[in-house]
Design a protein around this ligand. Structure first.
Ligand SMILES: [Zn+2]
Length: 96
């Protein structure tokens, strides 16, 4: 087994898990970049609506569709939860 160094995170990865010198988790993070931007935009909208006491169901349906897209791109489980928590945290820091 040959070890290669991921060009993005610099970790050593078995060559069979590398594509274009990038490990699986870095490829997934690249693939979900636009979805994460959309998730943050929608979460900020949800926060605005919540503060005004407006209905949240429509924006929550949009958020769910956005998360499903990320899952389809391979972001799942603990890693998905960690990314979503990071993005919500980012939005709440901007809002304050
Ligand atoms: Zn990597």
């Amino acid at each position: 087994m040959i070890l290669l160094r991921c060009r993005t995170c610099r970790r050593e990865i078995p060559s069979d898990q590398c594509v274009d010198l990038e490990c699986r988790s870095c490829r997934v993070l690249t693939a979900v970049e636009l979805d994460r931007r959309e998730y943050r935009r929608l979460w900020a909208k949800r926060e605005r609506l919540r503060r005004h006491g407006a209905a949240l169901a429509p924006v929550e349906a949009q958020l769910t569709r956005c998360v499903v897209r990320m899952q389809r791109r391979g972001l799942r489980g603990e890693e998905l939860n960690r990314i979503l928590a990071t993005d919500r945290e980012m939005v709440s820091r901007e809002v304050r």
